[in-house]
Design a protein around this ligand. Structure first.
Ligand SMILES: [Zn+2]
Length: 299
């Protein structure tokens, strides 16, 4: 039995049904048609295509590969039919950083690759959830505006104006992060998987179990000593919130959740994919708001 169950029951049941019906597993590609589309972009994750749409507006047509909730890019295996469902696209935006490296096998002669890990100077071993990092998201937005300007020079101003608007919205997020640091600097919290860590690291809060969470993500097995010390922090109510990735489950995580409930430590859910109906900056802002109220609860 695998220690870490990374799919929820619903997704697993769906897959089992598909297998029993002899249907090959392939994820439907969501295609968004834009009225005056000139440039087309494929993304692995919805969140990156959201950023791209904010820059490309109606002049960009986007397709997302992984749209079903509960699909885990870390351990996804594409079927040949998935690639066949993708038409000719001008660009392919991937997260990279081992998060969705299976996507790098996509090979379509004329398609430009945009890799957030390369753009954001990610280094081996670092947290791969790059879309939680406002600085990397900003760098990708700048790159997108440049790339779009090369593909459609007549619309260069349009893209640059959208980029300026996007950068302004980052300033709003920055203001919230400054407030956070003023209020909660150094307050200890814990996390079950690194999703969200890059945003949290800007709040000034102290993440006490970074290494433990990284071991959970990499499925390398968590150390008993680290687990015990983490449990003790919950037991003694030393942490002010427990950040939970609902996609990742294990016996150790379940025990932590039980302990947190007993000790009335507030939980904050951070999922790995953009919640539907939200823009990237709204998602980040919502996470911070939830964290604000959780920390107030504990005090
Ligand atoms: Zn993850």
């Amino acid at each position: 039995m695998r220690l870490f169950q990374r799919m929820d029951g619903r997704v697993l049941t769906g897959i089992l049904v598909a297998l029993s019906l002899g249907i090959s597993l392939c994820v439907p590609v969501r295609k968004v048609q834009a009225a005056a589309s000139r440039v087309s972009l494929l993304c692995v994750e919805t969140v990156w295509c959201d950023v791209a749409r904010q820059i490309g507006g109606e002049h960009l047509e986007t397709q997302v590969l992984l749209t079903a909730p509960g699909l885990d890019p870390h351990h996804f295996q594409p079927s040949p039919s998935l690639w066949r469902s993708v038409g000719q696209v001008d660009g392919f935006l991937v997260n990279g950083a081992t998060y969705d490296d299976w996507a790098l096998s996509f090979n379509q002669g004329k398609t430009d690759f945009l890799n957030a890990a390369v753009i954001g100077h990610w280094r081996t071993g670092e947290d791969p959830h790059l879309f939680f990092d406002p600085a990397i998201v900003k760098a990708v937005a700048v790159k997108l505006a440049d790339w779009l300007g090369e593909k459609a020079p007549q619309d260069r101003n349009f893209y640059q104006n959208n980029l300026a608007r996007f950068e302004n919205s980052l300033n709003e997020l920055d203001k919230k992060l400054i407030l956070f640091r003023q209020r909660y600097q150094g307050l200890p919290i814990a996390i079950t998987e690194p999703a969200g860590e890059r945003l949290l690291s800007r709040t000034g809060l102290e993440l006490i179990d970074k290494h433990w969470a990284l071991s959970v993500m990499n499925q390398t097995g968590v150390s008993a000593r680290e687990t015990a010390s983490l449990e003790q922090s919950v037991e003694k109510r030393q942490i002010h919130a427990l950040i939970v990735n609902p996609l990742v489950k294990s016996t150790q995580i379940n025990r932590l959740l039980d302990l947190a409930a007993q000790k009335q430590i507030p939980l904050v859910m951070i999922q790995e994919s953009l919640p539907s109906g939200l823009k990237w900056q709204d998602w980040m802002s919502q996470i911070l708001d939830q964290l604000f109220s959780a920390l107030d609860q504990k005090r």
